[in-house]
Design a protein around this ligand. Structure first.
Ligand code: SF4
Length: 399
């Protein structure tokens, strides 16, 4: 592996060949002592590894942990996932975002059951034929679950390679090819002995799968040491092999946009049950089709009104500053099971419903006890959780 440098920034760094054996030894020694304990690292079950890799696409590890455990509890096997209705899969995914991933995962499970006799493909080439699996995910599953010596190149690995070699990050096809080649040159080709599957909740790397462990170590280095904006070079196991050691120019962040949004939280009583008004998004919507959300209110219609709740909700590069309006006053209901909204409503239900945009259709009064099993959008789930409407059977409403 050649260290090609950009010049000045890497002037003090090492030049010439990077010895893959030395690099791997230092990386793996560090990984053995520093790998985070993550639920999907304690399994060699290809299905569990596949689910984790789909969840980890564009999503932080911390956010995935809770979802992964619950998802695997609800759908412990590929068969159980394939047989589940799509709405149940989306409900389990609700709040994790990028719902297309859940739909593709579900479709792929059904495809594997009907066309592949329940067998997940074991090579990166074949894995790419499944819905929702691209180059990165195929390499991750093939190496971690099946031991294939193929490099996994995510954003973390790309950053490590560029800094290690001093190559400029110019976002060209040539730069991407360079990173892939360098990453591949570092992957070990030793014979594979997979560790036995364990449900004990214990177990830490290495697993006896050199390629899979190496890929996970590279991603771990990027995620915990070679950080995007403040690399911890003094803690880096390959510091002495690095051309730039923190001097690599860091790409500027895409600026966050801010956008206001308003929605309606309307509740009513039907006997002992409480119902909430939800809108089902069109099945052909480009974003989050067929998912349930609180009806949106036009900004101009809520001007001057006091919201029941304000919160921020970030989606990719946009911060939504959301105001939730409720025509009902939500009050405490017994010890421990209470709603946290204490501002009295200043507007009637009729007034708020009358300003719903004309395109608002497909409204449903839904029992609050059913909310957990519905495919709610992440924002709606967050609002209902924040206001303690989810799963709350003891809601008292005041006019
Ligand atoms: S943490 Fe620092 S020394 Fe280590 S690879 Fe990144 S830039 Fe180089």
């Amino acid at each position: 592996m050649k260290g090609s440098t950009t010049g000045g920034d890497a002037a003090d760094g090492p030049r010439g060949e990077l010895n893959p054996i030395t690099f791997r030894r230092r990386l793996m020694r560090w990984y053995r002592d520093n790998a985070r304990a993550l639920p999907w690292r304690d399994t060699s079950d290809p299905y569990g590894i596949w689910v984790s890799e789909i969840m980890l696409q564009q999503t932080r590890v911390a956010a995935v942990i809770e979802y992964y455990t619950e998802f695997m509890r609800r759908f412990p096997t590929l068969v159980s996932l394939a047989l589940a209705p799509e709405a149940d899969v989306l409900a389990a995914w609700s709040g994790l975002g990028y719902y297309r991933r859940a739909r593709m995962l579900h479709k792929a499970a059904q495809f594997i059951m009907t066309e592949r006799r329940g067998q997940l493909p074991s090579s990166s080439l074949e894995l790419r034929t499944l819905p929702g699996i691209g180059e990165y995910t195929a390499a991750a599953i093939a190496s971690i679950a099946f031991g294939e010596s193929v490099a996994v190149v995510d954003g973390n690995v790309e950053r490590v390679i560029l800094r290690l070699t001093g190559r400029a990050n110019d976002a060209t096809a040539a730069a991407r090819r360079f990173v892939r080649e360098q990453a591949q040159a570092l992957v070990p080709h030793a014979p594979v002995t997979l560790k036995p599957y364990s449900q004990s909740g214990e177990g830490s790397p290495p697993s006896g799968n050199p390629a899979g462990d190496h890929n996970q170590a590279m991603m771990e280095l990027g995620a915990t040491v070679c950080l995007p904006h403040a690399p911890r070079c003094s803690e880096c196991p390959v510091h002495s092999l690095c051309c730039t050691r923190g001097e690599h120019p860091t790409p500027t962040r895409t600026p966050q946009r801010s956008q206001p949004a308003a929605c309606l939280l309307d509740l009513r009583k039907r006997g002992p049950a409480t119902e909430v008004l939800l809108e089902c998004r069109p099945g052909d919507a480009a974003v989050m089709p067929a998912m349930y959300e609180l009806p949106k209110l036009p900004q101009e219609a809520v001007e001057g009104l006091e919201p029941a709740l304000r919160l921020r909700h970030a989606i990719t590069n946009t911060n939504y500053y959301v105001q939730v309006y409720s025509p009902r006053r939500l009050v405490r209901s017994g010890s421990g099971s209470h709603l946290s909204v204490d501002k009295p409503s200043t507007v009637s239900a009729h007034a708020l419903r009358s300003v719903l945009p004309t395109e608002t259709q497909n409204l449903h009064w839904t029992r609050t006890t059913r909310l957990a099993s519905l495919p709610l959008t992440g924002l709606t789930r967050k609002i209902l959780q924040r206001l303690k409407v989810m799963k709350n059977t003891r809601i008292t409403l005041a006019e």
